[in-house]
Write a protein that binds this ligand. Structure first.
Ligand SMILES: Cc1ncc(COP(=O)(O)O)c(C=O)c1O
Length: 385
């Protein structure tokens, strides 16, 4: 893949994201706006599917292969190590339900993680006698030293962590945590939903065992599509919970039944994929790559600096900012007098501003489609309240 990065030309941004509300759409961390060129590709595949489903699957197969390749490259893996799933919850559930747990095994996670990567472990605690330890975050973060101390103390079978905290935007330093997990024989499960597409990943350098996430945030992809990377050596330790025509080695010899699983991660995709969503996902990942992750981060960080400065002038309590390596696409603020759930509603109803209340703060997540214009609109609205 050699698509050159495209500089942020405001005229192109207008063409790519024609939505009239894009300037005050601050919810990429919830679900991103779909770029026009991506939308056009989806219209193309819908037309093809309408004409002939089988032909469409054949003709678009190379684009689905390209999706696997691009995703794999973004995380430093190979396409055979990736399954396309429906969401983070499914990816985490594949891992949680596929491992042969032993009574008394310990899982560690943090106490403010997103439910999709909490409930799969919680259910193991309830039904399989696994011990779940939830480390307490303070102000949307926890130091790596504290995490590592807990890992050494508890020696868990699995440690689950989001690379970026979904409410505060705090970015964890994964490499040392991963190294300690490897030393202890702990599986390192990383939720990359708020990170892949914004920061590059290196699953090997970080000793990540499994990486999961969703398509519709920083990858600008479709709702209801996600991914799961599993380190190659773990493939046979995770038993597929669901099986179907695509799980097995001879996937298209329909009547020569043979339960032997395929050699790669596609064994977890188990049956017919949703082609229009896969093409959307592929076009979106290529679009993000074309913009360039470095360029996206530079644009977003500059906008965050501006927003944090202006929000600080209004006396708001802030989360975010600081050194680049600790930052993500998310910042958050709390108004000095207005409670955040009321403020979320007021901003939406009075000014069309899309920003969600999360953990007592208003979360702001910018992307290429945002500029100072939108931040000024937010500040003006807040000044009026
Ligand atoms: C950290 C994190 N993980 C996962 C998700 C989404 O989970 P799922 O893909 O299961 O919908 C979110 C959505 O906000 C999130 O912030």
């Amino acid at each position: 893949m050699t698509d050159p990065a495209t500089p942020f030309d405001p005229k192109q941004v207008q063409e790519w994201f024609p939505s009239p509300t894009r300037e005050t759409y601050f919810n990429t961390a919830g679900s991103a706006l779909c770029p026009r060129p991506v939308r056009d590709e989806v219209v193309g595949v819908l037309d093809a599917l309408t004409a002939d489903v089988a032909d469409a699957y054949r003709d678009y197969a190379p684009r689905v292969r390209l999706l696997r390749l691009c995703l794999a490259e973004m995380m430093g893996a190979t396409p055979e190590e990736i399954a396309i799933t429906h969401h983070t919850a499914e990816s985490a559930s594949i891992v949680a339900n596929g491992i042969d747990w032993r009574e008394g095994d310990t899982i560690i996670t943090l106490d403010r993680e997103y439910p999709s990567t909490v409930y799969p472990w919680m259910r193991l605690e309830r039904e399989r006698g696994v011990r779940l330890v939830m480390l307490e975050e303070r102000e949307g973060r926890l130091s790596e030293d504290e995490i590592i101390a807990a890992l050494r103390r508890e020696r868990p079978r699995l440690f689950a962590l989001s690379a970026v905290e979904w409410c505060s935007g705090w970015r964890f330093e994964l490499q040392e945590i991963g190294r300690v997990c490897r030393e202890l024989g702990t599986l390192f499960f990383v939720d990359a939903a708020q990170s892949l597409g914004f920061w590059p990943f290196d699953v090997r350098a970080c000793h990540i065992s499994a990486l999961a996430g969703s398509a519709w945030k920083w990858l600008l992809g479709p709702p209801g599509q996600g991914y799961l990377y599993l380190r190659r050596g773990l493939l046979d330790e995770v038993r597929p919970v669901f099986v179907g025509s695509e799980t097995v080695v001879n996937a298209h010899d329909y009547l020569d039944y043979n339960l032997t699983p395929r050699p790669g991660m596609r064994r977890f995709e188990y049956s017919t994929g949703n082609l229009s969503a896969l093409v959307w996902f592929g076009a979106a990942v290529r679009f993000v790559r074309k913009l360039g992750l470095d360029e996206i981060r530079a644009h977003v960080f500059a906008l965050q600096d501006y927003a944090l400065e202006r929000l600080g002038e209004l006396g708001c309590e802030l989360r975010g900012g600081g050194p680049a390596e600790r930052r993500s696409g998310i910042i958050a603020f709390r108004h000095p007098t207005l409670d955040s759930p009321t403020l979320e509603r007021t901003l939406r109803e009075d000014a069309g501003i899309r920003a969600r209340e999360r953990d007592g703060f208003i979360r702001l997540s910018f992307h290429a489609y945002n500029s100072r214009l939108g931040v000024d609109a937010l500040i003006e609205q807040l000044s009026r309240l």
